[in-house]
Write a protein that binds this ligand. Structure first.
Ligand SMILES: [Zn+2]
Length: 77
């Protein structure tokens, strides 16, 4: 890529693909590190770490919230 605001010639496909693949790799890495999924200690369902399990409502060993309609409301809020 040039330093000018409007480039003189169309960038070759390989250059565009190289740039895009680098961007994609970086974005995937960020997403992978952002969301850490762990198995729930109570039901074994996959959940976000340091979050209440949406399946059974447990946080660690203790029951944090009732399962049912309450769970759906708390996730959406
Ligand atoms: Zn659970």
């Amino acid at each position: 890529m040039g330093k000018r605001p409007v480039q003189k010639k169309k960038a070759p496909r390989s250059q565009t693909k190289k740039r895009y693949s680098a961007f994609k790799k970086r974005a995937q890495k960020i997403l992978y590190e952002k969301y850490v999924l762990v198995a729930c200690a109570n039901c074994g369902e996959m959940k976000l770490s340091h979050h209440i399990c949406p399946n059974c409502g447990h946080y660690g060993k203790r029951r944090a919230i009732d399962t049912g309609k309450d769970v759906v409301k708390k996730i959406k809020a």
